[in-house]
Structure formats: structure tokens, C-alpha cells
Design a protein around this ligand. Structure first.
Ligand code: PMP
Length: 289
């Protein structure tokens, strides 16, 4: 039997229902997080909880649980579902109210849901790398909020999928922003470059782990906007996300990136990332490096 966490209770998944007037269902009026689980333990849990609260606050939703309560409930859910490797998906919406664009007043309680998803590490892709396409970034100007509204991201990812690619690298004019569900990095003259965390991208938790690893291991980094030309000429390209970790990109729009295989700095970061996982969650059975 599988369990979900709904508004403070752990219940059977089949009993968890969404009201037709839940604002998440009708407007995408809410925010979410995805947390990676290795060896039954949550990786970078505090960072995810902080971003969850921040995203919610930025749209005026006050989560009716403290971070400590949330983390206890998520731990309980993991145990109940016996999850070893996979993800926790968690979302909060503004709650249930008669349909109206204006926020409801009175004591409307936010709806908070979390459930688990089994899933192994994508070792094959991490080894060989993936392909990407380029697409204009047509999203709104608050991509720093991890909003349930993902239509722009979905359209981009679908385009990539139809082209037989893993990811769509988005750009605003000549400036590369981020992937449809990942942050994008290039390596130029040995320096790792990625878009600064502002309103145009999501401040990825994986991105921040990678930046810290670079600093701790004397790998030069720059957080700044980079152009399509710089992407095109890059020595190495990779993406980062909770579920894809440090994923090499070996081809963009049919053109090989660098030598067309995962580059040395990407490989080094993959190894450092695995060590970071092991520090927080214990030894990995399925290792890449
Ligand atoms: N950008 C977007 C648009 C995303 O959906 C994601 C995945 N959550 C990321 C970046 C990477 O963020 P994280 O490393 O926190 O998963």
C-alpha cells in the first residue's frame, strides 16, 4: 500500500482527493519542491525546505507547518512507503475557494500534499551524456518562484522530446537562461560559467551544491549571463537538477559540444557530487565514478 501526506495526515494514496475548486487545480496557484532520496535519506533537505517556504511566501501563501514539522512528516512518509531511492514531490496551494482570480479572504487553509516516487539514478545518461535543443524562453519574469504554473517549461520540454532530445536549453534573445527543468553550465578556458540566480531562472539547489564544490576544489566559476555564441563555442556543457544531478550535454541542435563526449571538468564534478551525496546520505551502491 502506498501512502501520501495530505494536510498534516498520512493517508492511503487512493483516499487522497483534490477538490475541484482547489486553487492549485484551477489556477496553478501554488508552489512545489522535488527532493531526492538516496539510501532512504533526503539529500539537501534544509535547502529544499527553505526554498519551499520562500517560494510560498513570495506569492503570499503561509505554509501551516514549520520546517521542523515538515521534515518530520516527510521522514515518516519515507519510512511508511519504504522508499530507498527516488523522489519526494511536495506542493502547497492557496487552498479551496469559489473560483475568483482575487485571493480568497477569511480562513482558507492551504492544501499541502507530499508523495513519494521510486526512481534509480540515471546512470547510463550520466555516463554517456544527453542531447539538447535550443528554444526561446517564453516564460514569465518570476522564474525564481518554483510555481506550479509550468506551461512554458512543458512546451519547451515537449519540443525537446519530439526532437529526440533530453532537454531544451532556453534563451532570451542571445542570452542563455536555463533548461526546461534544469540549470545550464558551460566550461570556457577551464572556467565553469552559469547564469546568475536572479528572476530569470530558478536558483537550483543542485546548482548551488556545484558552485560550492567548485569553490572548495579550486575550479574557477563565474555566475553571469552567457550568450548563445559562448554556448556554441564551449569546451563542455552540462545541466544540473535534483533528479539529473550533474548531467553532461554532448550535443546541442545537432552540433557536438566540445569533443562530443562528457568533458574532464564535468566528470570531475560528477565525482565530487557523488562524494557529497555519500557525505549526506551514506555510501551509494550504484556509482558512476
Ligand atoms: N530550473 C528549473 C526550471 C527547474 O524546474 C529545475 C528543477 N527543479 C531546476 C532549474 C534545477 O533545480 P534543482 O537543482 O533545485 O532541482
Amino acid at each position: 500500500m502506498e501512502f501520501v501526506f495530505l494536510n498534516g495526515e498520512i493517508i492511503e494514496r487512493s483516499k487522497a482527493k483534490v477538490d475541484v475548486e482547489d486553487r492549485g487545480y484551477q489556477f496553478g496557484d501554488g508552489v512545489y519542491e522535488v527532493i531526492r532520496i538516496y539510501n532512504g535519506k533526503m539529500f539537501t533537505l534544509d535547502e529544499h525546505l527553505r526554498r519551499f517556504v520562500k517560494s510560498a511566501e513570495s506569492i503570499g501563501i503561509s505554509i501551516p507547518f514549520t520546517s521542523v514539522q515538515l521534515s518530520e512528516m516527510l521522514k515518516e512518509l519515507l519510512i511508511k512507503n519504504n522508499l530507498e531511492t527516488g523522489n519526494i514531490y511536495m506542493q502547497v496551494t492557496r487552498g479551496i475557494a469559489p473560483r475568483n482570480h482575487v485571493f480568497p479572504t477569511g480562513n482558507v487553509v492551504p492544501t499541502l500534499v507530499a508523495y513519494t516516487i521510486k526512481g534509480v539514478r540515471p546512470l547510463e545518461s550520466l555516463k554517456s551524456g544527453v542531447k539538447a535543443i535550443l528554444t526561446e524562453d517564453i516564460r514569465w519574469l518570476r522564474c525564481d518562484i518554483k510555481s506550479l504554473n509550468l506551461l512554458g517549461n512543458l512546451l519547451a520540454k515537449q519540443k525537446a522530446s519530439e526532437a529526440g532530445c533530453f532537454e531544451a536549453i532556453q534563451h532570451r534573445g542571445n542570452d542563455v537562461t536555463e533548461g526546461s527543468s534544469s540549470n545550464i553550465f558551460i566550461v570556457k578556458n577551464g572556467t565553469v560559467i552559469t547564469h546568475e540566480s536572479n528572476n530569470l531562472i530558478l536558483k537550483g539547489i543542485t546548482k548551488d551544491v556545484i558552485l560550492d564544490l567548485c569553490l572548495a576544489n579550486n575550479i574557477p566559476v563565474e555566475e553571469r549571463t552567457f550568450s548563445l555564441t559562448e554556448l556554441n563555442d564551449a569546451e563542455e556543457v552540462f545541466l544540473s537538477s535534483t533528479t539529473s544531478e550533474v548531467m553532461p550535454i554532448i550535443e546541442v541542435n545537432g552540433k557536438k559540444m566540445g569533443r562530443g563526449v562528457p568533458g574532464p571538468i564535468t566528470r570531475k564534478l560528477q565525482g565530487l557530487f557523488e562524494r557529497e551525496i555519500e557525505k549526506q546520505c551514506g555510501l551509494l551502491v550504484d556509482k558512476l565514478i
